[in-house]
Design a protein around this ligand. Sequence first.
Ligand code: PLP
Length: 398
Amino acid sequence: MTFPFFFTWTAQRDAQPIEIASGEGARFRDGLGQEWLDLGALSYQANLGHGHPQVTAALVKQARSLSLAPPNAVFPAKIDLARALLELSPRGFSKVFFTLSGSEANENAMKIARLSTGRHKFVSRYRSYHGASFGALSLTGDYRRPPLEPVLAGVLRVGDDAADIEAVLDAEGPEIAAVFLEPVPGANGVHVPPPDYFARVRAACDRHGVLLVMDEVLCGFGRTGSCFGFEHWGIVPDMITCAKGLTGGYAPLGAVLVHQRLAAQFDQRVLWAGLTAYAHPLGCAAGLAAVNAYRSENLFGRAAEFASPMRQLLETVAAGSAVATAVRSIGLLGAIDLDLSRAGWERLGAELHRRHIHCHVYPRRGSIVVSPPLVIERQELAAGIGLIGEAISAAVSG
Ligand code: PLP
């Protein structure tokens, strides 16, 4: 069947549509009524799982009372969500800039960084994804950028070591506005930086007056076992970008959380940024209900508790497979590297499909990534990762 819309990041004839009809907790049902176990949190946004009653109720309530608002509107969900996000941020964060997506959050963080430093360059890692719009894509290091070159000039991309960032800041520091980093490059294979990584990056940024922006679009809201991923390294960034888990995927919303030392500059100066759907009421209502649910269900703590069982389950799968070459994980974000041929990866996709397991299969990066909703039950996680192991075996022997 052909559809009258584009599928993303694929030749249209190779698209693999999934008809998703409904869901509850860590499971969703397809159009044929078959139940799938969601070990990917869809595209890493479904941290709260499917069919969350409080979030859907908040959306309905907001739609009934106020679902249209201009960017300069003031209404309770917008104020309460901004306050809640600043409470989750490190001390000193004082303002929120709302967007509709993670890409736009990074776009606007780039603008704020340029305006507040008066510098024009940025640093990011090759092993990264920061979004599909041109600014965010310019920061992106992975394979999705080259087909769209030339992108924004002045983005310096570096390797995985803190020394790589130190070197580029030593060389070009006075021209660099900000360094953009995911705490853990998620979709690029869950490469967890060493314990001293962010302290070294922070120190280098401070030496050169460069801002540090943490892209928490994928890691934020509990994925790594703390609200934000950078908390594991004990540093304080200058800005935090987020989306996905911010609403658990229940409405499109992103945000840039900004430290007071930058935010205060815009008391007098114009903030050259804006969007028609800035802080849309439905996004704000979903975000507020999501933040409340993370708190009341202790989901960040739950992800931290599940870190070790998840690691063991992934290790068990890897130990049972001759093609598994490495396991990495933090919180409820884990990867297994697999040495498979192109046909082997295709068979793996089909075997997972047959078992109704959704997780992220990345042949280009040679890994599968597991990122279940934070509400997943222990038995579901064990059963699901067991099925991944079976699918790998079947793909190898097939
Ligand atoms: N940053 C990171 C780390 C992401 O993983 C993504 C999306 O996958 C983005 C930014 C872009 O977010 P969005 O797709 O909402 O624009």
